[in-house]
Design a protein around this ligand. Structure first.
Ligand code: ADP
Length: 228
């Protein structure tokens, strides 16, 4: 369902972030992407949702070959991808409800379905009682819950998360991870770049370690493997 074949990425400034990388990730897997800063984790993740294109090789996600995908088709491709970021990326002038509903409105879902589904996912992340609030009125952990609700509202096959607990305290990070675990148990693939050693070592899943743009370790029930 995600397959990279001989993928390399050199940025226009000449920096090679990923080189000759091969990987396969199956439906319903949970994968941590770890490695030192500057190793290429973000680039690896960004290529999966077509934020960056490889300079060499092929990437197939949900049956689509991403290097060949026209820019105009990217929004359609991303309907089947949920994205969660370290800094939440919520729309500050919209309420919690509106932030999540927006993702369904842009694909013109029926208003009744939007209402039902938005409340369902906000209930799943434990925020049903805060739907009328603005993001700024919520804690960081709550804002990340909203971002997760938004990422899954259209029932994507894959959720890609880049350091989703990077701005959160340890306890809140665990709460957020339990939500990802629940989403994964329901059959959604989760690919997550993280520096959270405690989580990787205790909520065990497949671990892909990247160093200097290459996969240096790929273990089914792996460990974090770095000091920080
Ligand atoms: P990580 O997420 O592991 O910290 P990145 O993928 O962000 O690694 O970066 C890998 C390398 O690519 C680094 O040397 C970084 O400076 C470089 N890089 C990342 N993004 C860009 C960009 N947009 N333009 C040029 N170089 C970049």
């Amino acid at each position: 369902m995600i397959e990279m074949t001989d993928v390399s990425k050199t940025y226009p400034n000449g920096v090679t972030a990923i080189s000759g990388l091969n990987v396969k990730i199956k439906q319903a897997e949970f994968v941590y992407v770890v490695g030192p800063s500057g190793a290429g984790k973000s680039t690896f993740i960004k290529m999966m949702y077509r934020e960056e294109k490889p300079t060499k090789g092929n990437i197939i996600v949900n049956g689509l070959s991403l290097p060949k995908l026209r820019n105009a088709k990217v929004p359609i491709f991303r309907r089947n991808i949920g994205m969660v970021f370290q800094d939440f990326k919520l729309l500050q002038t919209l309420t919690i409800y509106e932030n999540v509903a927006f993702a369904m409105e842009v694909i013109e879902k029926h208003p009744d379905e939007i209402k039902r589904r938005v409340m369902e996912v906000l209930n799943l992340v434990g925020l049903k009682h805060k739907v009328r609030m603005l993001p700024a009125e919520l804690s960081g952990g709550e804002q990340q819950r909203v971002a997760i609700a938004r990422s899954i509202v259209n029932s994507p096959k894959v959720v890609i998360a880049d350091e989703p607990t990077g701005n959160l305290d340890p306890e809140t990070s665990w709460e957020i991870m339990n939500i990802f675990e629940e989403i994964n148990k329901r059959g959604t693939t989760v690919v997550m770049a993280t520096h959270n050693k405690d989580i990787v070592n205790n909520m065990t899943h497949r671990v892909i370690a990247i160093e200097n743009g290459k996969i240096v370790r790929d273990e089914q029930r792996g460990e974090y493997g770095y000091e920080i």
